[in-house]
Design a protein around this ligand. Sequence first.
Ligand code: ZN
Length: 135
Amino acid sequence: MKILKIDHLGIAVKSIDEGKNFWTDVLGLEFEGSETVAEQKVTTAFFPVGESEVELLESIAPDGPIAKYLEKKGEGIQHVAFRVENIEAALSELKEKGIRLIDEKPRIGAGGARIAFLHPKSTNGVLVELCERKD
Ligand code: ZN
């Protein structure tokens, strides 16, 4: 498996509109636009930082994963995403190594990326996302 870089940090916020001011006005990051991923019941907003990005996540439904996260833990870093060269190869290698997978197969995330999550029980409590994209 080849990890290329940290693709992005996923940060759960109550509201992207209110939350984005810190990242844009205070830190001076560029707001690259937002996108709703209906399947995940989430709207995402990306802010490039060098080779990586900050991804703000706002829930669009009370039973979505981000709504549940906010309820339990409040706003904060929800996941770390690693860019991999080949997501299928990475998933089968991790499975062989006994890592618990949330997604056995990649699905389509924001920006058309192919993504899959690993279970925090196998990763020192960190929700890890693998992500393969072309750009
Ligand atoms: Zn993500």
